[in-house]
Design a protein around this ligand. Structure first.
Ligand SMILES: [Zn+2]
Length: 363
């Protein structure tokens, strides 16, 4: 953790050493790279702060999941042949398992995006998002935003369903004898109310996926807010730039060429262009800030003391990790600028989050 750079009770936000350097260098670099940085950057507000929405969002996602599990009770008595297979010692419960998977997936496919949208719009105080849905995408993509619509990778839905069903079926086989399994299953479903032992078993298998889904949703929310700002400014909402664009349109072409922008065939150059987009820098800075907030346990903090100890080194490490080391040793002024923007935005977002938490303590 290193030296405490942030005294939680101090409100002058002093950041010594490396981070002072970041802030001092920034204006000079903006002039140097002004041709690139003054355009879209001036329109999209980098002061967008969304990390504080994470707590309610995780709660909303979790609640939607246990509601869907509780609804599995409805399966009982509806499918005699599948239940007979589950109860029999020879059977492996496969048919029953498929039924559960189908119902859980059908429920969550609508209820999960609805819960995410409701939570984010409520946090914003304005319905900025008009629709959220799961879509098939390649593994490199978590989601995308178009105007006010957010798409999330369907594999998160599949992962949550697969893990829940696996845990439930395991528990039924290990805790209930033949003849009791269907009732045992229904009992587990009924007990999945958020505080029970049954729920803690299920939750433990999906909490990381829920956290990831929340991060991605917040990343895409940042894009929706950018689109709003572009629209207010009378700009094309599909305007999407990269600071590293060599000639006008290189990045655009890269994005248009790919069905989902990023895939396993994405080249190094394309990744650099993407991660040096002013829109993406802001969105990823929020993801990185959220990761630091979780790593420091700020999201769980109940006292002022627990909200201190922020270290510039850890911010740099988190940025390096998220970007797989890209821009960590910048060689051009533009790369230096990209690097500094990441550090600065992550730092600012964490400070905002801490301030938000501190003000909630005072209430
Ligand atoms: Zn993005």
């Amino acid at each position: 953790m290193g030296p405490a750079l942030l005294a939680a009770t101090d409100d002058d936000n002093r950041i010594p050493s490396a981070e002072d350097e970041v802030l001092r260098v920034e204006p000079a670099l903006q002039i140097l790279c002004g041709k690139y940085s003054m355009r879209i950057k001036d329109i999209i507000d980098e002061a967008i702060s969304v990390t504080q929405y994470e707590g309610p969002l995780v709660t909303a996602i979790t609640r939607a999941v246990y509601k869907a599990v509780a609804e599995l009770v409805k399966l009982k008595g509806q499918h005699p042949s599948e239940e007979a297979e589950l109860e029999s010692d020879e059977g492996n419960g496969k048919a029953f398992k498929l039924l559960v998977i189908k119902q859980l997936r059908d429920t969550l496919r609508t209820s999960l995006p609805a819960a995410i949208m409701q939570s984010l719009n409520k946090s914003m105080g304005v319905p900025v998002i008009t629709e959220i849905a799961f879509e098939e995408m390649n593994d490199q993509t978590g989601g995308y935003a178009q105007e006010r619509y957010i798409a999330l990778n369907e594999r998160y839905l599949r992962s949550i369903v697969a893990r829940l069903v696996e845990k439930m079926i395991d528990s039924v086989y290990s805790s209930y004898n033949p003849g009791e399994r269907v009732s045992g299953f229904a009992f587990m479903a009924r007990m999945a109310d958020g505080n029970s032992h049954e729920w803690s078993i299920l939750h433990g298998s999906i909490d990381k996926t829920i956290a990831r889904l929340a991060s991605i949703s917040l990343h895409e929310l940042v894009h929706v807010l950018q689109h709003n700002q572009q629209e207010i400014a009378g700009r094309d909402t599909t305007e999407y730039r990269s600071y590293l664009d060599k000639y006008n349109g290189e990045f655009r072409k890269t994005v248009d060429d790919e069905t989902n922008a990023l895939s396993s065939t994405t080249s190094d150059r394309q990744w650099n262009l993407y991660l040096a987009s002013p829109q993406e820098i802001t969105a990823f800075a929020h993801e990185i800030a959220l990761q630091v907030v979780r790593d420091y346990g700020y999201d769980q903090a109940t006292t002022v003391e627990e909200l201190s100890g922020l270290d510039a080194r850890d911010i740099a490490d988190a940025v390096n990790k998220k970007l797989s080391g890209r821009f960590s040793k910048p060689t051009t002024p533009k790369e230096v600028m990209v690097r500094k923007r990441y550090l600065k935005l992550v730092y600012q977002e964490i400070i905002r989050y801490i301030e938000h938490r501190l003000s909630s303590f005072k209430k």
